[in-house]
Design a protein around this ligand. Sequence first.
Ligand code: NAD
Length: 347
Amino acid sequence: MFQQMESNGTQRLHFFSDPETGLKAIIAIHSTVRGPAIGGCRFISYQQEDNAVIDALRLARGMSYKAALAGLPHGGGKAVIIKPENHFNRPALFQAFGRFVNTLNGDYITAMDSGTQVSDMDQINKTTNWVTCTNSIGDPSPMTALGVFEGIKAAVRFKLGRHSLNGIHISLQGLGHVGYEVARLLHQTGAKLTVADINQERALLCEKNFSAQVVEPDDIYAIDADLFCPCGLGAIINDQTIDQFKVSMIAGSANNQLAEEHHGEILAQKGILYAPDFLINAGGLIFVALQYSAQPQAAIRSKVMQISDALKNLFQESSMTGIAVNRIANKKAEEIISAAESMNSAA
Ligand code: NAD
């Protein structure tokens, strides 16, 4: 475990067990050099506890990089709660989680992520103030979706030289809080949609509301579309899927899309333009961080809209240097964090 922390660059890993509520939670704090760590709380089932730890470590690092590239005064952290298999009291479980967050004295601020909702954040807020996405702040997903939509437009402009999404065919995986809103925005602009979700009801809703074609979850990777938009879970660009892609672009909200960093290079070799996840999906983090510091809506929206310019610059740099976009984005984020570290130690 320490080796994983070291190779990931994670500062701290905290575990919390509360037999009374069934809470088993992990908080990974990747970095606090640029400010308190901020990042969502994931609440899903894990077949093995080790996978939950790995998820927390990988996601926390992504949050540090995301905050650094978005210029936010935060480090990255992430919480994972292993969803209990048996009956549990949801409000009590999230209140217990709040007590855990509170022990960290503000080094970690929690927020929504896959499997959690605004009402859970309200329960957490009963036992700690280090929480955002509460009822008074709201769900970050629409801002994440807006950033992804702008990122898709930037990718299409760069790769196809097209300024409109009308007629562009997009395969979309995962139709939850973010994916459904991305589908709505894409449908409005005339994009053609092929969608998949393990929850068939979500897929059928997109078929009904956005004239989307529904396919089986395993078939989404091989769809002959222009762009693949992953909005489900991570590691979906892996050894099994990478040869199936027929798209020329991948741009979506899911965190940790590349199972391994070298998959980014394989995408580049195949001529598939990839929008690094922690850059394109930063809209939600921008929303929660700026809401937390009471910034106006206009400032939040304007910062989210800047995601497309940041992606355009990255695509250009990658095309000029021949270095894969994920490597350039990682390096930029690491440089920003190192610079803050040097400034802190000099102060
Ligand atoms: P969500 O839980 O609301 O939705 C995820 C959807 O993906 C669900 O409908 C689920 O059924 C589906 N799904 C899961 N596995 C799938 C599979 N193998 N095939 C097809 N569908 C599958 O989550 P969300 O908030 O919409 O977030 C989606 C992704 O975006 C996650 O990776 C999350 O970490 C990331 N993200 C979300 C935000 C945000 O603001 N919500 C911000 C940044 C990144």
